[in-house]
Design a protein around this ligand. Structure first.
Ligand SMILES: [Mn+2]
Length: 251
């Protein structure tokens, strides 16, 4: 399996300072010899240049890989690069937040998704957000207006996990880009992130869901973002991300 390091926190509005350290920290908990590891060159003070490098790298990537961010802004150029080789695709996102606040260009980690939609890189109905539990009114309205599929954390708590898993499997019926913001996990198990939120996924539940989704073989590219070793407690968030990679590596 190929792991691609993207040590970039320049799109994190200051909140992300430290997420550039995540790729190396996460890899330190893995047997690095069993992965093919590459790194995309980025410059912390230059979002446009860094995003361009990411987009170019991903558009020339002809194999499955797991990308290690970095703040969530990296998903913008990465999906853009991915879209060059996948004309019709799905975007499955696990996140506590919708990231639909502004329409800044270049996008930050709070609006990468809005810019992907506004720039028509992906039709909103091809997007599924999962685990949302903190969103602004403006974001909730945008989700409704654009018909973005959304499974809120409150839906997940009130329904059978198998039902939710089946919905996700049905969604992944085309080449799918999977983006995992580590804050989708409960803040007790993932405290090392920019905007840790309580009442999130338990490790066992999300790992079970992901194991079933990857069996569709439609997941083509994965990113894991927003791990911040500087905010972590005893490296538990980085360690969790390393376990996530091990769970996903047969995708
Ligand atoms: Mn988030």
């Amino acid at each position: 399996m190929k792991l691609i390091k993207i040590p970039f926190s320049g799109g994190g509005l200051g909140k992300g300072n430290g997420s550039n350290e995540a790729p190396n920290k996460i890899i330190s908990f893995l047997d690095a010899a069993s992965f093919q590891i590459e790194e995309i060159p980025v410059e912390e003070s230059n979002i446009s240049l860094s995003h361009k490098n990411i987009e170019n790298f991903i558009s020339n990537l002809n194999q499955k890989a797991i990308l290690l961010g970095g703040d969530h802004s990296i998903t913008y150029p990465s999906v853009k690069g991915f879209s060059k080789n996948n004309k019709d695709f799905k975007l499955l996102i696990f996140d506590a937040h919708p990231d639909l606040v502004n329409n800044f260009v270049p996008p930050t980690h709070e609006d990468y998704l809005k810019v992907l939609i506004e720039k028509k890189i992906i039709p909103p109905q091809n997007i599924l957000l999962v685990g949302i539990r903190n969103s602004d009114k403006i974001e909730t309205e945008y989700i409704c207006k654009k018909l973005i599929h959304c499974i809120y954390m409150s839906d997940i708590k009130s329904q059978d996990l198998n039902t939710i898993t089946q919905q996700l499997i049905s969604f992944c019926d085309q080449p799918t880009y999977l983006s995992i913001d580590i804050d989708v996990f409960d803040s007790d198990i993932a405290p090392g992130t920019g905007y840790a939120e309580p009442n999130g996924f338990k490790q066992k539940d999300l790992f079970n869901i992901l194991q079933k989704i990857i069996q569709t073989k439609n997941i083509k590219l994965i990113d894991i973002v927003e791990v911040n070793p500087k905010k972590d407690i005893e490296n538990k968030t980085s360690f969790l991300a390393s376990k996530l990679i091990q769970t996903l590596q047969e995708f």
